[in-house]
Design a binder for this molecule. Structure first.
Ligand code: ZN
Length: 465
């Protein structure tokens, strides 16, 4: 097991001959002086009303003071004028895969995890939750961000999702990875079998550095094996007894009902594989289990399958053309020549209408919606897809306040009880966006932040947007 992990790590790093990631996206401004933002309106992530005309003092990587008209000596601070701007907590993408490039099997491009991180931060995302990758690789990256060796969002993560034999993500990942990586998918995937052995299996799973557990409850491709209720319930309660929250990947209404009944803490996708019945929607919403809907991920799959995918300006800026071109317009129809991927894309596409109707049923019943993209799926990329997700949530009926609350404060509490991010208050980590105008009135304010601040440092964007 150890050997094959190392072997696969080798290929993850060295696969591919040409490097499409030549662009440098960001760097940080090293400033010895504390930063003072003057006269700015504050959306703290939690409350629906803005705090008007605040002075916000940052010291090292923390928010030190928030008050009106702070007394200060200009020579001691780097002063930023916040007039006509809104300060919001740095955004969280609650569903990412840092070790994916988003490339398709007919044009393989290896992933560059550090590049992915810089793309998130470029787009104002200061925290990401990785929902499936090799824990040791991601942990290494997470530490590099923590020590400042790499500039990027803070990274929280799980390991390769827990599943059952021949179930998602095994078939799809096998098809999407280049040889010889595909041969390791089966070996590396944690597979549950006999219920009696599950608690021990979960203990082994969390015996790595990880922040939460992820379990699959879905059929990709349709008709493939699925975890049983008993397996899921035993696995979740084993994880809980070891102090871990559990994210469950779901597809159908039955999956979602099963997951919340079995004790899931978070649903890693919305319900899309069928139409929710009112009683199912009642049960899911009243469980209060937050849902990371990933609308953009599904919608982009639908577009690629129909030859209608078109990258946004930000995609073109941040994603190498070697990744974008093969899915753009008619070129995307090549997905129909694939096997598992074709079945999955076809399934998502034929059920695209359920996405909106199910979402609205859950929203009307007060379900908690969290912002996440599922980057990097083909069509859905690090950083550049986030605004699309926000706009889809808005178009589907959430208020801007609900969206931004689910992108910051609520998201920061999915698995941590007292996080130091996702909320603007004294003592919190200084992960902030300063936006022209007011995002509670217009989400487009997020498209081009005047300042992105990560760990108290001002992030420079090196590519013109
Ligand atoms: Zn995912």
């Amino acid at each position: 097991m150890k050997l094959s992990l190392k072997f696969s790590a080798f290929f993850f790093v060295f696969f591919g001959c040409s490097d499409p990631y030549t662009k440098e996206l960001i760097d940080v401004q090293q400033s010895a002086m504390p930063v003072l933002i003057r006269n700015v309106n504050v959306f703290n992530g939690k409350d629906s009303t803005l705090l008007r005309g605040q002075d916000v003092l940052l010291e090292r990587n923390r928010i030190k003071r928030i008050a009106k008209n702070l007394d200060f000596d200009r020579t001691e601070y780097e002063v930023i004028d916040g007039s006509d701007h809104t300060l919001i907590p740095g955004l969280i993408d609650a569903h990412v895969h840092l070790s994916g490039s988003g490339a398709v099997p007919w044009s393989i491009v290896r992933a560059n995890m550090e590049y992915n991180l810089s793309a998130y931060l470029f787009a104002g995302i200061t925290t990401v939750y990785d929902l499936g990758g090799i824990a040791s690789h991601i942990e290494k990256l997470s530490k590099k961000v923590e020590t400042g060796e790499v500039v990027g969002p803070s990274v929280y993560h799980t390991h390769i999702p827990i599943t059952v034999k021949n179930a998602h993500p095994v078939p799809l990942t096998q098809e999407m990875l280049p040889w010889p990586l595909k041969s390791f998918v089966n070996v590396l995937s944690p597979l549950l079998g006999d219920v009696k052995e599950i608690p021990e299996e979960i203990e082994r799973y969390v015996d790595r550095e990880l922040d939460y557990v992820k379990i699959i409850c879905d059929q990709i491709p349709p008709g493939s094996p699925e975890i049983t209720y008993e397996q899921l319930e035993v696995a979740i309660s084993a994880a809980h007894s070891l102090g871990y929250k559990v994210f469950v990947h779901v597809g159908s209404p039955e999956n979602a009902v099963m997951a919340v009944s079995a004790g899931a803490d978070v649903l890693a996708h919305g319900v899309w594989r069928g139409a929710l019945l009112p009683r199912q929607a009642d049960l899911i919403a009243s469980s209060k289990v937050p849902i990371i809907y990933t609308l953009s991920g599904f919608s982009n799959v639908h577009r690629i399958y129909n030859g209608r995918y078109a990258p946004s300006n930000l995609d073109t800026m941040l994603v190498p053309s070697e990744i974008l071109s093969p899915v753009t317009g008619q070129d995307g129809l090549r997905v129909r020549e694939q096997n598992v991927m074709n079945e999955f894309f076809k399934d998502v596409s034929s059920k695209n209408d359920f996405l909106r109707s199910n979402f609205q049923m859950l929203m009307e019943r007060g379900a908690t919606i969290i912002v996440g993209t599922d980057s990097s799926l083909p069509g859905t990329y690090a950083g550049s897809t986030y605004l699309q997700e926000l706009k889809m949530l808005s178009e589907f009926g959430l208020s801007n306040y609900q969206i931004l609350n689910g992108a910051t404060y609520l998201s920061s509490r999915l698995f941590l009880t007292s996080p130091d991010f996702g909320y603007i208050a004294e003592g919190m980590r200084a992960d902030l966006l300063m936006l022209r105008g007011n995002p509670l009135e217009d989400l487009n304010a997020i498209a081009d932040p005047t300042f992105i601040i990560k760990n108290g440092q001002i992030v420079n964007r090196l590519v013109e947007r």
